[in-house]
Structure formats: C-alpha cells, structure tokens
Design a protein around this ligand. Structure first.
Ligand code: F6P
Length: 355
C-alpha cells in the first residue's frame, strides 16, 4: 500500500483537475494506494491542512477549471526564512509528510512550485512534479498544461477585438499575461493576426511601433497590438524593476499598454483603446489539447510512483512523455529566443516586434 500526497500550487490554470484525475485514476488502477489531498498548495503542507481522498473525488472533474484542492502562492525565497510567526516552514512540511505516513508527494505547479518541490527533494522527500502554467516557461518540457487553453482564450479576445477595431477605425492593444515569458502573447498574437507583438524577451522601441502602425494605416483602417504585461521599452530593459516602475508611475500608469496607447494616440491621432482580459486567461474549462496533455502527464506520474522513481518532473519532449530530474530544471526559466521560428515566421509576414 502506497500513500500519496498531492497538491496544486501557484497560480491556477485550466487542466489542474484533469491532471489530478489522471494521477489518481491511473494510481488506483495500477497499485494499492491511498491519496491525501493537501489544501492550498504548500500552505496546506506547512499547516497540515489535508483531506483523505476517495476515488469518487477524482470523478467528474476532467472538464472543470480551477483546482479542487485549492491553491496559493508560497514564494520560494520565503521558504527558508523563519518569520514573525516563528514557524520553520521546511520542518513543518517534513513533519506533515511524516505524520501522514506519505510515500511520496506529487506537486502540480509552475516555476515557484518546482523550486519548492526541489527544496523538499533536497530535504529527503520523495517528489514527483507536474508542469502547469499558462506562461509555458518551465524548462525541460516543450509545453506545460494550461498554456494552450490560455492561448485559445487570448486568441478569442483578439478575434473579437478585430471586428470592433475595424468598425471604429481604431488601434487596439490587447494586454496578455506573462511577466517574464512572452509565449502566450506570441502564440495568441500570431493566431489572432496581430499587427504588432510585444514580448518581454524583445525590448521595444515605441518609435518603431509607431512607424510600423503608420505604414499599416496607409492601406488599412485599424490595427491590433498583442502586448505581454511584462513587455519593456529598450530604455526600461536596462533599468532595475523598481526604477522603471517609478518612472511609469510618474507617467500615470504601471501598465505598458496604457502608456504605449497614449503615445500612439498622441503621435498618430488615431483613436486607441486597451483591453486587458486578465485572469479570464486562467479561468474556465481546459481545451481538449490540455485535457489530453494533463491526463498524459498525470498517468505518467502514477507510473513513476509505481516504480518508486522519484525526484523527477514529468515533461513532454518531441511528443514523448519523459521524466526529467528536478534539480536540472528547478530555478530555470524557458524564455522565447529572439530567433524562435515563430518570430521569424511573424517577421516574414510583416508583423512588427517593436525592435
Ligand atoms: O504565473 C501565471 C500568471 O498567470 C502570470 O502570467 C501572471 O502574471 C500572474 O500569474 C498573475 O498572478 P496572480 O494570480 O497572483 O494575480
């Protein structure tokens, strides 16, 4: 009999429940086991907020958004720090793991989760991790679950913006999630036919953006810009975050899109609007692609547990599900390369990346 602890941590995304279901259903099929749900990510492990699960708990959740276990952000940088509450978080998590008599812990999450999971591995816990995030920025896997659902949502937003931009002869900026990585904006921008795509990995020059829009408006009556929330101007990109945030505040907004839209409207005299779909990109039912991917990841995680093969994260490489050692990927971000073939393809059809 194996006792499996399972948690979801960090920002939620579509596909978490599908992955939980994949792990649980495959584990119940493969070997004798009990599953303990840990509430609200690592917080539940620290404060021993857990629940004994049954097979029925994992039934009927394939299409449900969010996470049945709840989630929370527990930053890695604070994990080793003992705060005013005097709680040694690592010790508490190990105690919970031991008191629940767990054989392993399955962690579903993004970059922060992988760092925390690796920390627990270093402290002797048996870990299996699953890569989720709409940002698609986890190293060692071609794709994370949740990403393609978010791309679908963001693309639909851009599609809808097209018709209204056309009707009103406007320039519309759609600000999409992604502070450090521009994958979501790149994919949705390409899929939605954006004229300008701005991502954090390619600092932009506002004048180049305006030149590109000027050129387009010689023959067209509207334009769409897909802008990652973490996009930076060239000048901002060489400054510390605190510094450029201070400058933005002075200019009247922390949002890159609002500042850029003001500049575009002033320079071109064309009505400009900003749309920020925000957390809608993380809500709702997973896409069919993510349901399949999350199920494949989950069932593979169960097979690792069956083999007592721990300290790994499940990854997709060239459409094969594999296991990657946690220490190889923890703390590393997968960013968009300047010479990514999608960017090259975008450039070849006249999309401006603002550089
Ligand atoms: O990491 C996923 C993500 O959705 C980012 O793209 C976004 O910047 C952030 O989380 C938002 O976090 P919160 O849910 O804490 O507002």
């Amino acid at each position: 009999m194996k006792r499996i602890g399972i948690l979801t941590s960090g920002g939620d995304c579509p596909g978490l429940n599908a992955a939980l279901r994949g792990v649980a259903k495959a584990a119940y099929e493969m070997f004798d086991c009990q599953i303990v749900g840990i509430k609200d990510g690592f917080k539940g492990l620290i404060y021993n907020n857990t629940i004994e699960m049954s097979p029925q708990d994992f039934s009927g959740i394939l299409t449900r958004g969010g996470t049945i276990l709840g989630t929370a952000r527990t930053p890695f940088k604070k994990m080793r720090i003992i705060g005013e509450d005097n709680i040694d978080k690592i010790k508490c998590m190990i105690n919970t793991y031991e008191s629940l008599r767990l054989d392993c812990l399955v962690t579903l999450g993004g970059n922060g989760t992988h760092k925390n999971a690796n920390l627990l591995r270093e402290n002797g816990l048996n870990i299996v991790a699953l890569p989720k995030t709409i940002d698609n920025d986890i190293c060692g896997t071609d794709v994370t679950f949740g990403f393609h659902s978010a791309v679908d949502i963001a693309t639909e937003v851009i599609d809808r913006i097209h018709t209204t931009a056309d009707s009103h002869d406007r320039i519309m900026l759609v600000e999409l999630m992604g502070h450090k990585a521009g994958w979501l904006t790149l994919y949705a921008g390409m899929a939605g036919g954006a004229d300008v795509i701005l991502i954090p990995e390619i600092p932009f020059d506002s004048n180049q953006v305006i030149t590109a829009l000027k050129k387009r408006h010689e023959t067209k009556n509207f334009s769409i810009l897909a802008v990652a929330e973490g996009a930076l101007t060239i000048e901002e990109s060489i400054l510390p975050k605190k510094e450029y945030k201070k400058q933005r505040k002075k200019l009247g907004s922390l949002s890159v899109s609002y500042l850029l839209s003001k500049k575009i409207e002033n320079e071109l005299g064309i009505e400009t609007r900003v749309t920020i779909p925000g957390h809608q990109q993380r809500g709702g039912s997973p896409s069919p692609y993510d349901r399949v991917l999350a199920t494949r990841f989950g069932t593979y995680a169960a097979s690792l547990i069956c083999e007592d093969d721990y300290g790994k994260t499940v990854s997709l490489i060239d459409n094969k599900i594999v296991a990657t050692p946690l220490e190889e990927i923890a703390g590393k971000l997968k960013l968009v390369h300047q010479n990514n073939s999608i960017i090259q393809s975008g450039r070849s059809i006249g999309i401006s990346f603002g550089d």
